[in-house]
Design a protein around this ligand. Structure first.
Ligand code: FMN
Length: 332
């Protein structure tokens, strides 16, 4: 298996999450880990290609390795979107075959494509033909009443035949009727064993496990059990220091020291300053920082100072320093 920087980084990745993993969130996560792979929110191919919304591709050079996740189901349009993503400098182009939301279903994106593996294969072949950048797929184990035991290997085989070598599998079905997107991330049962069997059956593929991984210890255990990678979503967002602060040492073998919440806050201050100078608002960045001290003394005060004040007109980095003083105990 050829190793690209994104492939190496995919040993531990932070999941694509709409409205959460925007560029500010990714910049924050990068202050905690130099090595982990970061995913964008899903960007739809129609928005990029028909809507011309190329600003959705904006990101900072410091975010690398960073993967662009695309949504779509029209091969030529996805190929063009992949081209735009590759030109913008992304290290990987990922196709979303896992997201169950209504809006997404109506455009035939996301998890509903688990029912159309040949179309997914066609989309991936078109993207692979259009870019040098690695094209990957994030999928579920199946949808609705599909038999995941047969559907998943069939899906991997067909999409693999189109040239995809790296998959992230959210180890639960999506139920397309009757569950909200949020419920679809919790209610359908997890089946890690099925995903493990896919790794045995397709040793040539790089397979990352996703879904319900709550701690770095659990992530490391899955890697030791033979998965090529693990992807964490909600835990990484809500407890970024616990998950990402030690990941370079524990997963990537880098020398310490581990990063702390305080390190991340200090590293964010110049970034926030620049964001404010260019007309941005404080809370656009700090809303992603609320979980930095979860579990530590002062965490509630940190959250309170930021959430009550960051949207006020004129709020700036001094507010962040004031909030930090609540945790460190140093007078602001
Ligand atoms: C707020 C939110 C938004 C999400 N948006 C996307 C998305 O844009 N694309 C995608 O493939 N998955 C999306 N997901 C699903 C996550 O990528 C991930 O598969 C899921 O949360 C399971 O992983 P976890 O249990 O570690 O959170 C989203 C999840 C959350 C919580």
């Amino acid at each position: 298996m050829s190793q690209t920087p994104a492939t190496e980084a995919a040993r531990l990745s932070v999941a694509p999450m709409m409205d959460w993993t925007d560029r500010h969130c990714r910049f924050l996560h990068r202050q905690l880990s130099e090595k982990a792979l970061l995913y964008t929110e899903m960007v739809t191919a129609p928005a990029l290609v028909r809507g011309g919304a190329v600003h959705l591709l904006d990101h900072a050079p410091e975010e690398h390795p960073v993967a662009l996740q695309l949504g779509g189901s029209e091969p030529e349009e996805l190929a063009e979107a992949a081209r735009l993503g590759a030109e913008a400098g992304y290290d990987e182009i990922n196709l979303n075959v896992g997201c169950p939301s209504d809006r997404v279903q109506s455009g035939t994106f996301g998890a509903v494509l688990m029912k159309q593996p040949d179309l997914v294969a066609e989309c991936c072949a078109a993207m692979i033909g259009a870019v040098e950048t690695e094209v990957t797929v994030k999928c579920r184990i199946g949808v609705d009443d599909q038999d995941a035991e047969t559907v998943l290997p069939d899906f991997l085989e067909r999409v693999g035949a189109a040239g995809v070598r790296r998959f992230t599998i959210h180890a639960r079905k999506a139920w397309l009727q009757g569950l909200s997107p949020k419920e679809n991330r919790d209610i359908p049962p997890l089946d890690y064993d099925l995903v493990a069997r896919m790794k045995e059956r397709f040793p040539q593929f790089h397979i990352s496990l996703n879904g319900g991984i709550e701690t770095l210890d659990a992530a490391v255990a899955h890697l030791e059990a033979g998965f090529d990678g693990v992807m964490l979503g909600r835990a990484a967002y809500h407890r970024p220091v616990d998950i990402l602060g030690a990941v370079d040492r524990r997963v990537f073998g880098a020398a310490g020291p581990d990063r702390t919440g305080e390190d991340a806050v200090k590293a964010m201050l110049p970034y926030i300053e620049n964001h404010l100078i260019s007309g941005g608002k404080l809370h656009q960045v700090t809303r992603h920082m609320l979980g930095l001290f979860t579990g530590q003394p002062g965490a509630r005060a940190w959250r309170r100072v930021l959430s009550e004040n960051a949207t006020k007109p004129g709020a700036g980095t001094e507010l962040v320093e004031e909030a930090l003083a609540q945790v460190t105990g140093i007078a602001a």
